[in-house]
Design a protein around this ligand. Structure first.
Ligand code: NAP
Length: 261
């Protein structure tokens, strides 16, 4: 059975090595590849024409994927973006596994009651919807005002850098792309310092590097982690949808090895 990940760019994706390691572990007859796709409007047609059994969708096509699906299931309906397609007898069924994957990634922090999300892009939306489902009191701060409307409607407290009023938070999340290809903080240093001094745990959605955000969190004594588990667990949940198999510890470990290998 054929599986793929669609994105642009896609060269950097580690999803094939993660999923292929999982298929091997359970002797599943699957082959997962990468597909570079320029035009998100061609997603569904490409998926069906190439007889793909299941796919992941990454930047910048998650919203197009949502619009094109025959049926959207679960939290994805509220998020407005999907990262997983399943071919059910020629019908394209879509899910968002980023949201539950993020919740699995923060399990080790214990009972989170309040959270501050830095950033208001697609990832922030998935996290905020998951938090709403878990009754976590959620605040969002973003550099610009425009993208905050979604979060206001969801019931989050929202701020930009000019009107931010800091509270206490169990968890602070960097969901901006600051630190991905630069050395920027996700908010001005004074604001970030105030936030970190009033928070217990920190997670960056960026993975595989100590970002300026994580370095600062460490300096302030917070327990912290990067986005690798978030990537792993969205993959694990997608894998369960692809194969119909429940992932146990040894399968998750094989997928983690695949990711790092
Ligand atoms: N670990 C994983 O599995 C995983 C999964 C998905 C995404 N990610 C990571 O999550 C991050 C966000 O992805 P996304 O898809 O949500 O991106 P997105 O939709 O493009 O949103 C980017 C957000 O970052 C803000 N931003 C960008 N540069 C900034 C800067 N220099 N300072 C402060 N804010 C800045 C933007 O603010 P404005 O609104 O003001 O432009 C916006 O809120 C990326 O780094 C991505 O690699 C990780």
């Amino acid at each position: 059975m054929n599986f793929t990940i669609y994105g642009n760019p896609i060269e950097h994706s580690k999803s094939p090595q993660m999923h292929n390691a999982g298929f091997k572990k359970i002797n599943f007859d699957g082959n997962y590849t990468k597909t570079h796709l320029e035009d998100g409007n061609e997603l569904k047609q490409n998926f069906l024409a190439n007889e793909i059994a299941g796919a992941n969708i990454t930047v910048p096509h998650k919203e197009d994927a949502f619009k094109l699906a025959d049926e959207v299931r679960g939290l994805a309906k509220e998020i407005g973006a999907v990262n997983t397609y399943i071919n059910e007898n020629g019908q394209v069924i879509a899910y968002n596994t980023d949201a539950p994957g993020f919740m699995m990634a923060i399990e080790e922090f214990g009972d989170i009651k309040s959270a501050l999300i830095l950033g208001a892009g697609g990832t922030a939306k998935a996290i905020a919807v998951a938090f709403k489902g878990a009754s976590i009191d959620t605040t969002v701060i973003n550099r610009s005002e425009g993208r905050l409307e979604f979060f206001k409607k969801l019931g989050c407290k929202t701020y930009n850098w000019d009107n931010f009023d800091c509270d206490k938070y169990d968890l602070v999340i960097n969901s901006t792309s600051a630190g991905l290809k630069d050395d920027n903080y996700p908010a001005p240093k004074e604001i970030l310092e105030n936030i970190l001094e009033n928070s217990t745990y920190a997670i960056d959605c960026i993975y595989g590097k100590m970002t300026p955000f994580l370095t600062f969190a460490k300096e302030k004594g917070l327990k912290f982690k990067d986005g690798e588990d978030m990537l792993l667990f969205q993959g694990v949940i997608a894998f369960e949808l692809f194969t119909g198999c429940k992932a146990d510890k040894s399968l998750i470990e094989a997928m983690r090895q695949g990711l790092s290998g």
